[in-house]
Design a protein around this ligand. Structure first.
Ligand SMILES: Cc1cc2nc3c(=O)[nH]c(=O)nc-3n(C[C@H](O)[C@H](O)[C@H](O)COP(=O)(O)OP(=O)(O)OC[C@H]3O[C@@H](n4cnc5c(N)ncnc54)[C@H](O)[C@@H]3O)c2cc1C
Length: 471
């Protein structure tokens, strides 16, 4: 197989790298182990014929905010479907908190904590895409925009804190603290650890800045559009081809959409680099569920019906406890559940489908079906009566389906402070490897997890620089 560049793996990072390299005029071959392209962007009929379920990423806030996808004109490639409400956070004894696209409307619903919301997530959203671009390019290259650096410094003051500390300092009400905890818990970290407030602030701000939409028709539509673009540019895309050794690739440029553990298996690496990769830490896993329903979820608070995403887990204290248990290697009986009801935004999924997961210790064999459904029933009594079919994937099944999900870790490695930029190694350009012409682009490189393609953007940029310097 002869090409100017081979990209191994077709997750959002691999796809972005492949398209950018092809746009630069290279003959690109994309090799994907799975039967379908997309990695975390695949969709499939997991429950009943005609029901479209996203297998990985479904909320496309990071895709819409990403400089890489902006460069590729993502809004012309696919249609984004926005729910009426970005996210809802139901509570046992009071109305749900609603996060609207409009920060003022969100603040109005938070009562005594409205001003705190505007000072935190609201201010982050007001700093706009220059700040988000900076956060998605934590190691540069940065366009010189002093306002963005000032905004980043302000963001860092609160964002560096543990989410529990930030929530208790900034918010006074049960509602304010709970909704912030639900946002921060996307990080898959113990909410008492540093920078978890940063995840909460960023994700909340994105709800205001770009919304939390889904791809109309399923995330697969985005993956397929990128593969089609690659082919129009003369690239080749091959599925069902798992690369076992780098030696089998005949190309001066190789971009790997794999995590450190797989890289170690693919090639003989210099001892120092190999040892650093071996120290890379994976995060907790997830237990993922999908349902086909015969109607919408019967939420006790009807306002939740309009939300694309629903955070289940109750108060700050409960969510923090659930995440702390997971970090300690235990299973919470009342886990924080991240749920998406695509039908609230996209009527093309073949009916009422539902997507959710909870965090579990890495590699956990425990079936969390009951615990997840109990959390849904808690806020939507009668939910189980609506279930026509269910599909569950624990860590082992997730990893068997996509080798990048090591032990069910959907983030490509722990997203703690220690691995935020030291990802997978400490370097001003961690996408570069000691093997000449070989680059890493997966979520195990900065800026980490999410369907933003920025690892692919960085790896493609460095690969092109490398080719120019050799020429
Ligand atoms: C259940 C779940 C829910 C998620 N929800 C969201 C969400 O709502 N929003 C969001 O922004 N992000 C979400 N994410 C995270 C997001 O999907 C990932 O961060 C993102 O897909 C990472 O992209 P990637 O390109 O690094 O790797 P992946 O998307 O994991 O793709 C890697 C690809 O490489 C292939 N591959 C690996 N090794 C080889 C090999 N040796 N040869 C050939 N091919 C190989 C794999 O088969 C896979 O297709 C979710 C992920 C999961 C799993």
């Amino acid at each position: 197989m002869s090409a100017d560049a081979v990209v191994v793996g077709s997750g959002p990072n691999g796809l972005v790298a492949a398209v950018l390299l092809a746009e630069a005029g290279l003959r690109v071959t994309l090799l994907e182990a799975g039967e379908r392209f997309g990695g975390g962007l695949r969709s499939a009929e997991l429950t009943l014929p005609g029901r479209v379920h996203d297998m990985g990423a479904t909320v496309m806030a990071l895709a819409l905010a990403s400089p890489a996808f902006r460069e590729l004109g993502v809004e012309r490639l696919v249609e984004f479907a926005h729910p009426a409400v970005a996210a809802a956070h139901p509570l046992d004894d009071r109305p749900a908190v609603l996060v609207h696209r409009d920060p003022a409307r969100t603040a109005a619903g938070l009562g005594a904590d409205g001003a705190a919301w505007l000072r935190g997530p609201g201010a982050t959203a007001r700093a706009g895409s220059p700040l988000v671009d900076l956060l998605l390019k934590p190691l540069g290259p940065w366009e010189a925009d002093p306002r963005a650096f000032a905004a980043a410094a302000r963001f860092g003051l609160g964002g560096a804190l543990p989410a529990t500390t930030y929530a208790r300092r900034a918010f006074r009400t049960v509602e304010g603290r709970a909704v912030f905890a639900g946002m921060a818990a996307h990080s898959l970290l113990d909410l008492r650890s540093p920078i978890t407030a940063g995840y909460g602030l960023l994700l909340s701000a994105l709800a205001h800045l770009v919304g939390w939409p889904l791809v109309r028709g399923g995330s697969q539509v985005l993956a397929d559009a990128l593969v089609a673009r690659l082919r129009v540019l003369g690239g080749e895309a091959v599925s069902g081809h798992r690369v076992r050794e780098l030696k089998e690739l005949d190309a001066p440029t190789v971009v790997l959409d794999v995590t450190p553990r797989q890289f170690l298996e693919l090639a003989e690496l210099p001892a120092g680099y190999r040892d650093r990769l071996r120290r890379f830490r994976y995060g907790p896993g997830v237990f993922k569920m999908d349902w086909a329903l015969d109607g919408p979820v019967p939420w006790r608070d009807p306002a939740v019906a309009g939300a694309g995403t629903v955070h289940l887990g109750g108060t700050l204290e409960e969510i923090a406890l659930s995440e702390a248990e997971t970090a300690r290697g235990r299973h919470s009986p009342r886990p924080y559940v991240l749920l998406v009801q695509p039908y609230a935004a996209d009527p093309t999924r073949g009916g009422h489908t539902l997507w959710a997961y909870c965090h579990v210790p890495n590699g956990s064999p425990v079936d969390m079906t009951g615990a997840i459904e109990d959390q849904i029933e808690r806020y939507a009594p009668g939910f189980r009566d609506r279930v026509l079919a269910r599909h569950a994937m624990g860590p082992a099944a997730l990893e068997a389906d996509n080798p990048n999900l090591v032990g069910g870790d959907i983030g490509g490695g722990l997203a703690a402070l220690s691995q935020f930029v030291r990802r997978p190694v400490w370097s001003p350009a961690p996408w570069r490897t000691p093997l000449p012409g070989v680059f890493l682009c997966s979520a195990s490189t900065p800026p980490g997890a999410g369907a933003h393609g920025m690892g692919g953007w960085q790896a493609a940029r460095l690969a092109l620089e490398h080719r120019r310097s050799r020429a």
